[in-house]
Ligand binder design. Sequence first.
Ligand code: ADP
Ligand code: MG
Length: 405
Amino acid sequence: MQRGIIRVNTPTPEQCHYLVHDCQAAFNVAAQSVTGHLVTVHFLLPTAPLQDSEPLAFERETENIVLNDNYTFENFVAGPCNRLAHAASVAVAEKPGRVYNPLFVHGSVGLGKTHLLQAICHHIRSHTPLTKILYLSCETFTNHFVEAIERGALHQFRYRYRHVDVLVIDDIQFLGARERSREEFFHTFNTLFQCQKQIILSADESPQDIPSLEDRLVSRFNCGLVTRIEAPCLETRMAIVTRKAKLRCADIPEDVVHFIAASVDSSIRELEGALTRVLAVAQQYGGTVNLAVAKEALAQSQPTRNRRVTISDILQTVTERFDVRLSDLQGKRRHRSLAFPRQVCMYLARELTPLSLEEIGGHFGGRDHTTVLHAIRTISEQRSIDKELEANIRQITDLLRKQSA
Ligand code: ADP
Ligand code: MG
């Protein structure tokens, strides 16, 4: 098993076809219950080289099927961090080739790029099943290309890639280093683009930041919509934990949802890992999920993790930036020049530390949780309308994360 996928070799194309069409769901369920993880089974076609006369359509169709059943729009939580990428993906899924072409989604690892790309495929497949989609990783593209050269089957390769309605390639940054694949991809891209076929790509960097990607490809990618997924804010992380728990039929109290969401602020994949650990420890206590269980579950993983942002880090950074004294932030005065940085501190404490509202209030002269809640709401509202504040908070957050990395 590799990256959540169990690969099963099949002896004949017919058997592979049958397994993919009629048994996929049953195999996924069985694999998930045996391993206890959200794994997917992929059925592989026999590896014998294709003869020139063999039908290509079949292989293409089978490749389409290899999607994670959970990566749908219904299971995707939209928030400020991914709103544009999500909206653009929905638009592209509804009208392939007619809105944003190409669609290029980038962002660091574990933030939902693959999920969104596959959600587009699921949507198209269920709404317009006749649309020919080819979904694959960049690695598969380059492997197929190299194989095609070795077998002298470039003609087949080109037929296969250039006769689709939607081409989806995940992690396109891996194309950077391979010159011949890049060349081939460039022509594939042009052919599809000229026929107004939809192209969807993902990468960990924006096109211009992918090393050794030549300008002509960068400019091709930039002629559609390039959109970035950011790290999710606390509210989005909480919504994701709730959604993932529901998918696993687990009922988790609000304070535990917050604790998990506040413990992991980088990748959603890690967030899911944290949820899995909490549920696993809860199993040992007869299935009850509470804060004590969550603290125990996540404490085990703390030593290997980076040092976390603490309330003292936040106080120090904010007092420096707003040029106020710590004693004033913790004191009673309510002048705006003090109340505002105080609210920023409370907001950041909620976003970046696992402290509860009461605990945060405790660090500001014993203010009660409703005051803290009010501060958090005020800042998060202002943040969405005030660009300068947004940039300021982003900078402080980046700085705090960097310091504690
Ligand atoms: P990437 O391709 O960017 O590395 P993935 O798409 O593989 O990330 O996402 C990692 C995990 O996080 C997946 O299990 C995915 O379902 C989940 N995930 C990411 N973003 C979201 C989201 N907005 N809502 C729900 N789940 C998400
Ligand atoms: Mg991915």
